[in-house]
Design a protein around this ligand. Structure first.
Ligand code: B12
Ligand code: SF4
Length: 469
């Protein structure tokens, strides 16, 4: 490698602003442990800091980043800052630049890569959520400004790629990598690392933590999910459950307490309670070591969550557990592939509340099996449990997402999709269950929440059909 850093890692906007991006934080720590020199550029935060209109980062405006006409305006507004970020990346002297993408940052990532190529002789790799689906990969491969895509978890594959690159071997196919010139069908997926402890934890040394809105960091106790929800694609992207050892989780927490002076954490796990013994073990270690921390996480409303366990979770610093309850109707829950019944959910919410932990719920309205009476069961579930629910984290109409079991088995659900299904298919229908009916139910539920004085985090009612261009 020439002078400068081996690799620059770039976080493309739009992304979260309240804590550093966990994906490139993991990559940076792993590569540094392997003696690769890394420089991180959070271009997402850099642009946000100069933005006059900060609402562009609001969830309901995310689609403006991926529609050609609105993205053109965004690009013009940030023209100077984008070029200045590119100059800073090039000045760090990397031979490789890795861009972390998601489905809303595809056009930005392309623009950034285009400018990088104009400004210097760099090899550009894209990775992250935006590389998971073929349609999104096609967009990233436009114009040939991105030299390779990494699909899936990136630590090991990026390290191996850099090592090859250092030895002058660039154009040889690798599992998990799609090189410029290869067809998408040539992509060979790579199995995710089974032993998460070998990946090291993010230290955030490469980040300026003062740039982020809140003093908290993201953690992972696991990757993958034990759930089987038919509407979800996360379980396919992250695969089977893999647990970090309790010792490593607690070592990471202690590291941040001492070195980053941070005691608030948000677990990015798909489920923090996939394995109750595991959860109990690391919570027990936090209690034993008397670590003063606060954290929140997403959890499964499983019937075997006991009052004792929830008390220990609380004692270990848990402030919020967010449950994907989705519905109050057992027939809908069964159709969704949920691993619990409404009565289990009710019990868990009660125990969570009694333990002094805030219980948040997510709700989905308009599942193919949902009849008006099922919807009414959801309404009465929420009314009945109002005292044990602190917040509805999200209220979504049921969309059929790409790569979900539902999209891949539409006949089983009797649903009709558009001829060319969207990544997030909003316009599907089954009899009278159409987008209009789903939105109407969601609006009715919103007014119930207002009547119950139950706070709502976000909903997806603003979303209109349309593809990333
Ligand atoms: C937590 C989370 C968030 C947090 C992230 C907080 C943070 N500071 O990190 C927040 C709340 C910010 C967030 C926001 C959004 N999210 Co989100 N999020 C997740 C979730 C649940 C976990 C992500 C995570 O931390 N994983 C663990 C880390 C270690 O993995 P990772 O980030 O994927 O990074 C690894 C690989 O992707 C890869 N990688 C990543 N970057 C790069 C770069 C290079 C160069 C390489 C080689 C590899 C590489 O290597 C990393 C290490 O293994 C995932 C679900 C999932 N299945 O992953 C969705 C997910 C990533 N989010 C998604 C989306 C779409 C969003 C939004 C853009 C909008 C939305 N939800 O509709 C918003 C942004 C909104 C806004 N206002 O801008 C999608 C991405 C789909 C796609 N095709 O792009 C996912 C997959 C959920 C889904 N199924 O739809 N999210
Ligand atoms: S919705 Fe949540 S619990 Fe269900 S499979 Fe997806 S990640 Fe797992």
């Amino acid at each position: 490698m020439k002078k400068g850093n081996d690799i620059a890692l770039v976080q493309a906007p739009p992304w979260g602003l309240f804590s550093p991006p966990l994906g490139i934080a993991y990559l940076a720590s792993y590569l540094e442990k392997k003696n690769i020199s890394v420089k991180v550029f959070d271009v997402n935060v850099a642009l946000f800091n100069t933005a006059q209109d900060k609402t562009l980062w609001n969830f309901e405006r995310k689609d403006e980043w991926n529609k050609a006409e609105t993205f053109d305006i965004i690009r013009d507004v940030f023209d100077r800052e984008i070029s200045s970020c590119v100059d800073r990346v090039i000045a760090a002297g990397p031979e490789i630049v890795g861009i972390s993408t998601n489905q809303n940052s595809l056009l930005f990532s392309l623009e950034f890569a285009r400018r990088l190529k104009q400004a210097g002789d760099v090899f550009v790799i894209a990775g992250g959520g935006g590389c998971l689906n073929a349609h999104e990969r096609d967009i990233l491969r436009r114009d040939g400004v991105i030299d390779a895509l990494v699909v899936g978890e990136g630590e090991e594959v990026l390290y191996e790629f850099i090592e090859k690159f250092k030895n002058g071997v660039i154009a040889s196919p690798m599992e998990g990598v799609l090189l410029k010139g290869q067809r998408d069908t040539e992509l060979v997926l790579r199995s995710a690392p089974p032993n998460l402890d070998k990946l090291f934890f993010p230290t955030y040394k490469e980040f300026d933590l003062s740039q982020y809105g809140s003093p908290f960091l993201c953690l992972l106790s696991s990757r993958g999910c034990i759930g089987r929800c038919v509407f979800c694609n996360d379980r396919f992207y992250q695969g089977r459950i893999r647990l970090r050892s309790p010792e490593k989780i607690v070592e990471e927490i202690e590291y941040h307490l001492i070195n980053n002076k941070i005691s608030n954490f948000s677990f990015n796990d798909l489920l923090v309670n996939a394995d109750l013994k595991h959860l109990d073990a690391w919570c027990g270690m936090i209690i034993k070591k008397k670590l003063k921390v606060k954290w929140n996480a997403q959890a499964l409303a499983r019937a075997d969550m006991s009052a004792e366990l929830l008390d220990r979770i609380k004692e270990a610093g848990c402030e919020v557990l967010q449950y994907g309850i989705e519905s109050g109707s057992d027939s809908v829950l069964e159709g969704m592939g949920k691993l619990f019944k409404a009565a289990d959910a009710e019990k868990v919410l009660c125990l969570t509340h009694d333990a002094g932990i805030q219980a948040w719920v997510n709700i989905i309205v308009g599942f193919p099996w949902e009849m008006e009476r099922d919807f009414q069961e959801t309404v009465s579930f929420i009314e009945r449990n109002r005292g044990n629910i602190d917040r509805v984290g999200s209220l979504n109409t049921c969309n059929v997402v790409f790569n979900s079991y539902m999209m891949n088995n539409k006949e089983e659900f009797g649903i009709v999709l558009s001829e060319k299904p969207e990544l997030v298919e909003i316009s599907w229908h089954k009899g009278d269950n159409c987008d209009t009916l789903r939105k109407e139910r969601a609006l009715r539920l919103k007014s119930v929440l207002a009547r119950l004085n139950l706070p709502l985090g976000q909903d997806n009612l603003f979303v209109v059909p349309g593809r990333t261009q």
